[in-house]
Write a protein that binds this ligand. Structure first.
Ligand SMILES: NC(=O)c1ncn([C@@H]2O[C@H](COP(=O)(O)O)[C@@H](O)[C@H]2O)c1NC=O
Length: 524
């Protein structure tokens, strides 16, 4: 079979919902002598420009009908798109049938995602499921050896350049075809996801639909992955609520973000953004080495940093309010890999830019944080609801006093802070806090007593009079005993061990208050 490298563009089918850039495109096509065929709204726009255009209904002899549900779904259109002009038999059949071939199809689809996001009714959403558009796009993409398909207004400049150059090359048509199938595949995933979870419940009451699809668009190739021998890239979710999140953050300064920077920054944002008051989290290797709230961000940062200044070196900082100049000055004193904030007050970025290497990111606090998280395992993926604050058992008024005197409002506030903060620490997690700031963190140990030792050791003298939170129950009294010996005044933990009595006895003997939350906050 012969290969058609360049196919001159003489006849184009135009049917676009997004009409941006259409005027320049059709003017350019017309000036280059390209014949235009088009659907209702697109044809009206072209006609309005004084450019000759054949309406699809005049081509087919069949009116657009059913409120636009049937426009291009006609053999005269689809035979013109699908004829493989490398085959004499196809060329002959077109001639016999009196069908003229198309060299170019320009189409983009009804705004289904946007309609769903607007809170439209199911009927309105269904009406925005494009049928004729994807059929044309897929047909032209399949037949890329003969036809060029363009789905993005961003490509219109290339179309005009190709027309002038004698047509798209085969390699260009292949790339456009791949882009077109991405366009329709991503569209269909959005439709199928909505149908299987919003329109109807395919989860059989479990809350997890029978099928889950997601589409991701390459945003950047990273220098490398977790280690230099691992190639890596960043892909952006095409269905993320608001389309933002960390993957959509704007970088104002500094070296390119690395794979590990993204992982740590994600952990940092998650920790800082869950607090209502000004909060700062400093993360190393996905664990907080300091987390604190304050009257303002500068105070929160000072206190978070003070938790473990040694580990904060080379850390990633997230803050849930605009960075002030005062905070920027403090941050600039310490080697910091990344700072991420919803905004920067005037002058703050300039102060931070004094440090050549710090990566400065702007990323709004997510209005609708993702409710479900995925974790890949070999051959599959695990889904779970994100462990957001306000889980049952997070409100101190629901806690049970297991032993000791009821905590004063100040101590209770510290316990509530510690309980909230410890969920951002990898298990087994023990977090010591005082006055709304962590003072010692024991993370990621394979037994809870070692996490207690680590937290107390890191807190040093500050352990005395602090409060402790444990992300899960104590299986034995050895862990709590370490905390008691370190001078901890009160403990909060889920409770629920068969040996809770031993832990209660140890606290009682030391006069230490202990609350049970009934909720666990493992983070693996
Ligand atoms: N039904 C059809 O035959 C049909 N053919 C093309 N469309 C869509 O109609 C839109 C363009 O319509 P108009 O040119 O009338 O503004 C495009 O988004 C295109 O994908 C159709 N609409 C829906 O399925």
């Amino acid at each position: 079979m012969t290969t058609l490298d360049q196919v001159p563009i003489r006849r184009a089918l135009v049917s676009v919902y997004d009409k941006s850039g259409l005027e320049e495109l059709v003017r350019g096509l017309h000036e280059a002598g390209v014949t235009l065929v088009s659907t209702g709204g697109s044809a009206a726009l072209i006609e309005g420009l004084g450019i000759p255009v054949t309406k699809v209904e005049d081509l087919t002899g069949f009116p657009e009908c059913l409120d636009g549900r049937v426009k291009t779904l006609h053999p005269k259109v689809h035979a013109g798109i699908l004829a493989d002009r490398r085959l004499d038999s196809h060329v002959q059949q077109l001639a016999d049938l009196g069908v003229e071939p198309f060299d170019l199809v320009v189409s983009n689809l009804y705004p289904f995602r946007e309609t769903v996001a607007s809170g439209a009714t199911p009927d309105e959403c269904v009406e925005q499921i494009d049928i004729g558009g994807p059929s044309m796009v897929r047909a032209a993409a399949k037949n890329h050896p003969s036809v060029a398909i363009v789905t993005s207004p961003a490509r219109y400049g290339e179309v005009l350049a190709a027309v002038a150059a004698g047509g798209f090359t085969l390699a260009q048509r292949q790339r456009l075809a791949a882009e077109a199938f991405t366009h329709t595949a991503s569209y269909d995933v959005a439709v199928a996801s909505w149908m299987g979870s919003v329109l109807t419940d395919t989860s059989e009451g479990t809350g997890f639909p029978a099928w889950v699809g997601a589409t991701w668009e390459k945003a950047a190739v990273l220098r490398y992955g977790e280690n230099p021998h691992q190639p890596a890239a960043l892909y952006r979710s095409e269905s993320a609520p608001g389309g933002g999140g960390l993957a959509g953050a704007e970088q104002l300064h500094g070296k390119e973000m690395s794979y590990n920077n993204y992982v740590d920054t994600d952990a940092a944002r998650r920790a800082a953004n869950d607090f209502a008051e000004p909060a700062v989290a400093i993360i190393k290797h996905a664990n907080p080495c300091g987390i604190a709230v304050g009257a303002d961000v500068a105070e929160a940062h000072r206190r978070a940093h003070a938790c473990d200044p040694v580990s904060a070196f080379g850390g990633v900082i997230a803050v849930n309010r605009p960075v002030s100049v005062e905070m920027a000055r403090q941050v600039a004193e310490v080697f910091t890999e990344v700072i991420v904030a919803p905004a920067y007050e005037e002058g703050a970025v300039e102060v931070l830019q004094g440090k050549k290497n710090i990566r400065i990111l702007v990323c709004p606090v997510d209005e609708h944080p993702e409710a479900v998280e995925f974790r890949r395992i070999s051959g599959g993926v695990l889904l779970q609801h994100v462990d957001h604050v306000d889980a049952e058992g997070d409100d101190p008024s629901t806690w049970t006093l297991a032993t000791g005197e009821a905590a004063s409002p100040e101590v209770l506030a510290d316990l509530a802070f510690a309980w909230k903060a410890c969920r951002y620490v990898k298990s087994n997690a023990i977090l010591l806090a005082k006055d709304g700031a962590s003072v010692g963190v024991g993370m990621g140990q394979v037994n809870r007593v070692d996490s207690c030792r680590l937290a107390v050791e890191r807190a040093g003298e500050r352990a005395r009079g602090s409060v402790a939170a444990s992300d899960a129950f104590f299986p034995f009294e050895d862990g709590p005993q370490v905390l008691i010996d370190g001078g901890v005044a009160a403990i909060v933990q889920p409770g629920g061990s068969v040996r809770d009595e031993l832990t209660i006895e140890a606290c009682k003997a030391a006069g230490v208050t202990m609350y049970f939350t009934g909720t666990r906050h493992f983070a693996h």
